[in-house]
Ligand binder design. Sequence first.
Ligand code: ATR
Length: 279
Amino acid sequence: MPRLAVIGHPVAHTRSPGMQTAALAELGLAGEWTYGAIDVEPRNFEVEVAELAAAGDYAGVNVTLPHKEAALAIADEASAGARAIGAANTLTFSDGRIAAANTDAGGVLRSLPAGIGGGRALVFGAGGAARAAIWALAHGGEGAPDEDGAPTRVPPFQVDVWNRTAARAAAVAAELGGRPVADPVAADYALLVNTTSVGLHGEDPFALLPLAAAELHPSQVVFDIVYGPQPSALLAAAEAAGATTVDGLEMLVQQGAISLRIWTGEEPSLEAMRTGARR
Ligand code: ATR
């Protein structure tokens, strides 16, 4: 019986097991496949993953914070996206070998509403989540195909990157295909993507990001990649302004669906995953 799991530290709060178990049930695979959660401390990550890969009962794992860079480092082979982003969130085990993929990039593109692309995008942040978003948006669906080879139809964006620490914005933009900006005019962008932790614990995005609520407008898409316990103040303001909003739970569902497709070869139900993630 193939097993799957998410590895993180901490991992107690993760919604992936509920989400992936719902997807497996909907596919009729719940009797064959299981999806759990494993808390692994950083110092034990390499040994534990090597053991899982060697044991033979695990088909693969999702990897979340703080292990995504280590997951790429331990792999025997890696996708172009994982290598470019410098991190992996999906490991596949076969014959004791480890293949790394990054489904966050495809997850970003698949979370966007149909018809968007080719315009200007502004990414707030320069951490791990930003790296996947910048690379995906700057390359678009043809350049950043889903890790199982299925391209999305999103054309590349012109990506500007703002970060509190400007030097980090300059570094990630140069590396991944964006342009650093110090003083962006938020109203000028078709897509705003928040990858910072601002808002996760009730912080005011309009105090901490170069953005005023009055700049948001109906022809924009506003995407808050990180999901938290409360609805985000940024998305609430975006919705009030008539903008199209995308939340972090949708991102979780989309990246998880690509991972599950890599492991099982089946197309999971996004609706079942959305319901499972909210449970
Ligand atoms: P992750 O890998 O999850 O993206 P990270 O590397 O810790 O996490 O990045 C967190 C991001 O949130 C960074 O872009 C950080 O900005 P700095 O590079 O200046 O640290 C951003 N961030 C965190 N707290 C912030 C705040 N109060 N105001 C603005 N940006 C903040």
